[in-house]
Design a binder for this molecule. Sequence first.
Ligand code: NI
Length: 167
Amino acid sequence: MATRKIVKIGDETLRKVCRPQEKFDLRLHVLLKDMADTMYKAEGVGLAAPQVGILRRIAVVDVTEDHSGLKELINPEILESSGTQTGREGCLSVPERQGVVTRPMKVKVRFQDRHGNWMRLETEGFEARAICHELDHLDGVLYVDKMDRELTEEEIEGEIPEDKQQN
Ligand code: NI
């Protein structure tokens, strides 16, 4: 297992617009493996390449507890989104903070897999939230830029009304 150092808020790397990934080679496969390892070790549900200092349009997402739902998204684009969900959100690049963010409830995404094949994915709820969050990273956007409010330390530990909201 190889993990990489996670870039933290304040570093300009997180504010750049990433370039498309053009090569689907071993180097990409190593990066994808390292990104998944780094995400799992940090107990995150998503990680974008700029968070490990690579300015390419690549993200990994896995919202399952048993690490069975890994999605590798290369050059992803949101084709359609619908509905809204308002809930708590954090980021491995923004340690010990959380905010309330409104996102689409459902998204339809187009992306390339590790071999360069174009794929489509339709998802909703927490996975849709995670995907939107990671795609923002590829354009230099952090959740703190669009949060409705920042949670207090107490709220991070406890419950907030939004936790119960379904849509
Ligand atoms: Ni993030």
